[in-house]
Each structure stands twice: as structure tokens, then as C-alpha cells.
Design a protein around this ligand. Structure first.
Ligand code: PEP
Length: 247
């Protein structure tokens, strides 16, 4: 299985900067070698997805949304459905990112509906899970992850699971590689117990060109999700190149 390198641009970018980003990235990763070794995905602000789809049409890059609504359609002003994401060419969607859990109060029941919507639309949801700093201090990490994973029991289709301890997101602090490997392994075990299927578990939280290699080389970690360091084509391109060389 090829490793995943996923960018989360969050609420950043503009038409001109995205065009410039992709043309600079393209110069670095035009090669087929990357397409054969990695699955590169960019999760962009929804208003730019159509443009991004066009800009990446000849590149080994898939696109994804950063959220979808828990209903298929209707009177939900300002929202985006999973079908709409699929319609503009997305293959993936982030679900339950810690920023959405924190700022939008998303809980397990709505996240389960979103995962189901995404799968019905033919998208692969990237379910983000992770403990807070306090939960980590209380040694409650595995209990929290088990609760967050429980929503996958009733779901049918493909899913990627991104382990993102929220104290590592945007802080420049990463857990020890060994701890990440142990946790990713536990996530895979729990997913197997819940669904009888093999999990695909990636890591996210302050990944950059300096630390990406450790995560990519681990047999327990199927890829990386990159926030801040994906915003500049140089650093994201470097992460992709390192990942391709080590895969
Ligand atoms: C994220 O937003 O999912 C993330 C991992 O961000 P960062 O790489 O900036 O910590």
C-alpha cells in the first residue's frame, strides 16, 4: 500500500496564491515515481476546490474537502454536502478535525452521520481523532481514542484514520515517534475489533520536512497529515520528495 501525504490548508489561500502554489509544486513532483509510491492529497477551502481540480489535473494529486454536512441536502445555509464535494472532483474529505470539534462543537453522533454521508457520496472520509493535553496527562489517550473510533462500527465503506493529538497541532511539538507508533498500532487493533477490517492510520501534528522521515518510515504509520508545512510549496514539495524516497 502506498503511503499517504495529505495537506490540510485550513482557511488559507486565495485564487492567485493557489495557482502559484500548484505551479511551483508541479515543478518538483511531475515525476511518475511519486505517483507510484505515494497518495498525495490536498484538502483545500471549499470555494477553491473546483479551481484546484483543474490546476492539478495532470499531477499525481487528489483533492479533498475539509468537512461535509451531516445531511444530504436542504435548508442548511452556508454548508457543503458530501455529494457536492464529489461533484467537483474530490475523492476525500476530512471529518472531525480537532478545530471543528473545538470551534463547531462537533460530537461523535454528528461525526458518524458525516462519515456515512461521505461514504454514500463515494468519498473516503479522513477521520481525525486525538486526545487533548489534559487527557494525555490523565493517561486517558486510549480511552478517548476508543470513544472517537466507536462511530466507525456502523459504517460500511473505506476510511482513513488520522491520529492527531490536539496538543501537537500547530504547536511545533510532536510526540515521540515510539509513542505515535504504539498509539497507531492500538488504533488499528481497535478498528479491527470494531469492523473486522484492516485500518489505514496516518499521523498529523507539526509534521515538517525535518521530522517527516521518521513517521513515513514506520511500518505502523501509513502516512502523514500536514497543516502549516503544507502551505508553502517548497516545504510541502520537500516533504513529498522525502516521503517518496523512503517509501
Ligand atoms: C492539521 O491541521 O491537521 C495539522 C496537522 O496541522 P499542523 O501540521 O500545522 O500541526
Amino acid at each position: 500500500m502506498s503511503k499517504y501525504v495529505i495537506a490540510n490548508w485550513k482557511m488559507n489561500g486565495a485564487s492567485a496564491s493557489i495557482t502559484d502554489h500548484i505551479s511551483r509544486l508541479a515543478k518538483r513532483l511531475g515525476s511518475k515515481a511519486i505517483a507510484n509510491k505515494l497518495s498525495v492529497i490536498i484538502c483545500a477551502p471549499h470555494v477553491y476546490l473546483s479551481a484546484l481540480k483543474t490546476l492539478t489535473k495532470d499531477l499525481p494529486i487528489s483533492i479533498g474537502g475539509q468537512d461535509c454536512h451531516s445531511h444530504a441536502k436542504g435548508a442548511f445555509t452556508g454548508e457543503t454536502s458530501a455529494e457536492m464535494l464529489a461533484d467537483v472532483g474530490c475523492r476525500y474529505v476530512l471529518i472531525g478535525h480537532s478545530e471543528r470539534r473545538k470551534y463547531n462543537g462537533e460530537d461523535e453522533s454528528v461525526l458518524q452521520e458525516k462519515v456515512i454521508m461521505a461514504q454514500h457520496a463515494g468519498l473516503t472520509p479522513i477521520l481525525c481523532i486525538g486526545e487533548s493535553a489534559i487527557e494525555r496527562e490523565q493517561k486517558a489517550t486510549l480511552e478517548v481514542l476508543r470513544r472517537q473510533l466507536s462511530i466507525l462500527k456502523e459504517t460500511q465503506g473505506n476510511v482513513l484514520i488520522s491520529y492527531e493529538p490536539d496538543w501537537a497541532i500547530g504547536t511545533g511539538i510532536t510526540p515521540d515517534l515510539e509513542d505515535v507508533q504504539i498509539v497507531c498500532h492500538s488504533i488499528a487493533d481497535e478498528y479491527q475489533r470494531l469492523t473486522d477490517k484492516n485500518a489505514c492510520v496516518i499521523y498529523g501534528g507539526s509534521v515538517n520536512a525535518e521530522n517527516a522521515s521518521g513517521f513515513i518510515q514506520s511500518k505502523d504509520i501509513d502516512g502523514i497529515l500536514v497543516g502549516g508545512a503544507s502551505l508553502a510549496p517548497e516545504s510541502f514539495g520537500q516533504i513529498i520528495e522525502i516521503s517518496a524516497q523512503l517509501s
